[in-house]
Design a binder for this molecule. Sequence first.
Ligand SMILES: [Zn+2]
Length: 272
Amino acid sequence: MKIEVVEKNDIVLRIIVRDADVPLMNALRRIALAEVPCMAIDEVVMIENSSILQDEIIAHRLGLTPLKTDLDSYNTPEECSCQSEFGCSQCRVTLTLDSEAKEGTRTVYSGELVSENPEIVPVSDKIPIIKLVKGQKLKLEAYARLGRGQTHAKWQPVCVSAYKYYPKITTPTKECPECTKCVDICPKKVLEIKGNKVDVRDLLACNLCMDCVEACPQKPAPLKVEWEKDSFVMNIESTGALPPERVLQEATKILGKQLKEFEEQIKVEKQK
Ligand SMILES: [Zn+2]
């Protein structure tokens, strides 16, 4: 298998994977979405809430606020040695909020949450939690823990986890002076006109919709759009909780662990 990184930053990872197959790509995609753990607020104790929003709505908004995650220092409560319903310093982070509108209407942002661990904070300071009018107060204590997307979407470390076949476009060898329909119809602007010929401008943007082939007045169209059966373009977009490459690394680790478990179960069955 060969992997080529096309784009990588704090949020987005785009790779080309060659010599792979659909089941493997789909397993990694699903694990990245549903099984790689990340931090999210799970319980909220309201101390004072004189705002117009109910406690539950505020708790829900806090839960969906993405938090930076440290997978190396924390355990999921299920795997933590404390086995306590209240959690311990290895499986729980406390965040507090104490806001009041003293002068007039104001918005309370995620940046006002104070965490006991400066590493576990909202990924953005600018997520609005609530609006308070003069005199209203919101004071609470929130408990964050590691969890998995399969339990609740707030524990999804990625907002995009997708793959597609690697496109293969064969442009007409002859000049095509009659029309530019295939170039104009493409919403992704994959094609361009170079001289009098159709050329590929951005191959990876192609999502194989075939609009260009259908738009061509010549039948059969001299433009061909196909895909490579064993090559894929994979896109991972993190919520900011974890770096996207870490999400993929964790996904491969989880898949490996599951296969190992499966192998051991088979061995046990054989021995019986
Ligand atoms: Zn614990």
